[in-house]
Design a protein around this ligand. Sequence first.
Ligand code: SAH
Length: 208
Amino acid sequence: METIHARGITDSNVLNAMNTIPRHEFIPQEFQKLAYEDLPVKIGYQQTISQPYMVAFMANEAEIKATDKVLEIGTGSGYNAAVLGFLAREGFVYSTEIIPELHEFGKRNLHRLGLDHNIRCSLANGSVGLPKLAPFDVIMITAAAPALTNKVKEQLAVGGRLLVPVHNPERGCEKLMKVVRINDTEFMEIDLGDVSFVPLRGEDGFKN
Ligand code: SAH
């Protein structure tokens, strides 16, 4: 946790969430010794749980308030959803996952730890967001999108924040974009720098 604090995450709620949610409980047995290293860890099906610093950084930038309604795309292990659920403690987190086995894994982890009271996991392609349940105060995509599309941006409430790693072919990595909805028609886009994520699949994701 010192590492995260030293690297500029100062929001005490985010630090508190990182200190409270037991990351090792979301990691397959064989990799559990890596749970508290600042590294991404394999969770099977060629997917990874992001490094703690990235989870904290994205949560910090999302400026999550206690009553926020949050959408996460890419449940994976459920760890990031648990952090979001901790921060939006009086609000709600919807988390979608496209791989059935990981949907079950994430959902089971959250349930076992009693962290699912304000989190609902669904097996769905989230590359187009979750239009039926929009608008959201926060949308966090934890896989790399080929491009920033309007479909997801439009699901933000006014004042809402979208965090999404967007593929950057020139650099061969992703840039983490933060989009803030100013009003009905205007959005502010901020480039938060280079990151590395597994690809987003499905419609509006990468095709293979
Ligand atoms: N947030 C996760 C890790 C994310 S890894 C955690 O804390 O463990 C990215 C996840 O996004 C993977 O589980 C992957 O299967 C999922 N994913 C990829 N494309 C998706 C899509 N279109 N809709 C929903 N989930 C998707």
